[in-house]
Design a protein around this ligand. Sequence first.
Ligand SMILES: NC(=O)c1ccc[n+]([C@@H]2O[C@H](COP(=O)([O-])OP(=O)(O)OC[C@H]3O[C@@H](n4cnc5c(N)ncnc54)[C@H](O)[C@@H]3O)[C@@H](O)[C@H]2O)c1
Length: 250
Amino acid sequence: MEFLNKTVLIVGGASGMGLLAGKCFAKEGANIVLADINAEGLDAAVLEVREITENVIGQVTDATKYDQVVACRDKAVETFGSIDVLIPCAGGAERRILGMQEKNFFEQPISAIEFSIHMNLMSVLYFEHAVMQQMVKQQGGVIIHMGSITGAEGSAGNIGYATAKSALMTGIVKSLAQAGAPYGIRACCIAPGPVLTRPGMAGMKTLLGYAAEPQEIVDMMLFLASERGRSVTGTTFLMDGGRNVMRNKE
Ligand SMILES: NC(=O)c1ccc[n+]([C@@H]2O[C@H](COP(=O)([O-])OP(=O)(O)OC[C@H]3O[C@@H](n4cnc5c(N)ncnc54)[C@H](O)[C@@H]3O)[C@@H](O)[C@H]2O)c1
């Protein structure tokens, strides 16, 4: 019960690692706020977490709209009184999400790059801007970003995703650590390689020869959010099975 009376707000909480994080933090006693753009998926996710705790709410939120982000922050505080951990987990590569062919950056419509920057970068900054105001009032909190190996490698066909993830992994996590430290707020980032939230990820090579299970990434979230991670701020943990140091990635 490491997170008893703590509130964890997870953006993109209707599926994948976000939903799993909701369940795992709930098992440790936390109040859970799941935010997601997918209303149907969110309803189902809230029911799953409710099997663990009564202290869960879902808030339909398009994280790329600042007014909806503020409304989500306000709902969380109104319901549970604080936001102790923020995990902006919504994200994804534009080529997959928009169903684009294997095209280079310059062959794609500019709207695709704009979409990706809004979804992967601005949505995170919006939540951080809104929630840090609450964390400053509380004099404490932890923000756990989701980076990606793509933020270290780049991607000719997912430039918005690569740009956003590299920003989260360096400029943003470092800046928020500096902005937050006087108020007891920490900022950390986990940058996974392939994770089996989708079977297709098994095809992405790693030095160790396997993709991570979602639970491994969520275990790192639990560590970073807890007192055991109290000295970690302003830094990124690559959890990529060694892909970053592979010579031949084909
Ligand atoms: N799965 C991997 O292999 C992998 C690898 C590296 C990094 N990551 C990162 O980890 C995070 C989680 O990945 P996942 O595979 O568990 O994700 P997922 O695709 O299962 O879930 C993403 C969730 O975000 C929600 N979402 C999308 N747009 C939104 C918006 N505008 N507002 C609110 N919610 C929105 C979706 O509805 C979905 O529920 C992402 O940021 C992803 O980039 C994943």
